[in-house]
Design a binder for this molecule. Structure first.
Ligand SMILES: Nc1ncnc2c1ncn2[C@@H]1O[C@H](COP(=O)(O)OP(=O)(O)OP(=O)(O)O)[C@@H](O)[C@H]1O
Length: 256
């Protein structure tokens, strides 16, 4: 129990009266690289939004270190959120700000560091994501892959316990995408953070995830939970094996 970081408990999610997924029940352990997967429209982003507290469940709960997100007060939620780093599909950097200014934002909001200390932290975080010396660049002046890494530098500014990613490698070529995968693994290993990601990229899933859940659009519930490689080879659900095997063979055929 002590190693459970996030517990999704009897979670049912709906938009109005339309149930998207029901009775989701799974644990994410500390240090997991956990992937939420499933076909288009099954509710992956909806689940991520529930985990981030942006949507409220129809029923059930999500617990962080045993603390309920559903019954938390606004202040408690704010405190929980400060321990999370979030990167969105688009990157989410402010285009009118330099990379340094973008990364400084959470530090200014939530810490008492001096300007000089902030500069040191910014330089360090940029170096961690392979962008040493890029402080004064604007997002429009760097490549898509670099923007994703800069967004990651901002997400780790406050040394988060959990890193959430929504489609981290969307729009990247296979090489930039696998560089980002390597970076996520390195950051997980050096910080011990728990990583939760929504992704369609099966090559990424097999390269980095150690645990996953599969949401089924048809039955509107989870039909698989575990290491994605194990699920590909041994899931008792044919649809899960097909989903994982099909994508894996498509990835192998993809020209580099
Ligand atoms: N704000 C909303 N209001 C009503 N329905 C919504 C809303 N957002 C999403 N949906 C519906 O909920 C279902 C799940 O959507 P969601 O975006 O969570 O799926 P997904 O698995 O992330 O999809 P994809 O892989 O295509 O990005 C879809 O049928 C979608 O149309």
């Amino acid at each position: 129990m002590s190693d459970v970081h996030i517990r999704v408990s009897q979670l049912t999610m709906a938009y109005g009266s339309r149930v998207i997924q029901r009775d989701l029940d799974f644990d994410i352990m500390k240090g997991d690289i956990f992937v939420i997967m499933g076909g288009s429209g099954c509710g992956k982003s909806t689940l991520l939004k529930h985990m981030l507290g942006l949507l409220s469940p129809a029923s059930g709960d999500i617990l962080f270190n045993g603390e309920s997100l559903v019954s938390a007060s606004a202040q408690q939620r704010d405190r929980m959120r400060q321990r999370w780093g979030i990167t969105y599909q688009s990157g989410g950097l402010f285009s009118a700000m330099t990379l340094a200014e973008n990364i400084a934002l959470p530090l200014q909001l939530y810490t008492q560091y001096s300007a000089a200390d902030r500069d040191d932290i910014i330089a360090y975080k940029l170096a961690l994501v392979g962008l040493a010396g890029y402080q004064d660049f604007y997002p429009s002046e760097i490549s898509g892959g670099m923007r994703k890494r800069a967004a990651l530098a901002r997400a780790i500014a406050l040394e988060p316990e959990i890193l959430f990613f929504d489609e981290p490698s969307a729009g990247l070529d296979p090489i930039s995408s696998s560089l980002l995968d390597e970076l996520i693994v390195q950051l997980q290993q050096s910080t011990g953070a728990t990583v939760v990601m929504v992704t369609h990229e099966l090559p990424s899933i097999f390269a980095i995830a150690n645990n996953s859940v599969y949401l089924d659009a048809k039955t509107k519930t989870m039909i698989a939970y575990g290491d994605p490689r194990e699920l590909r080879d041994h899931s008792d659900q044919a649809v899960v094996r097909q989903f994982l095997a099909r994508e894996a063979s498509a990835a192998v055929e993809e020209p580099l």
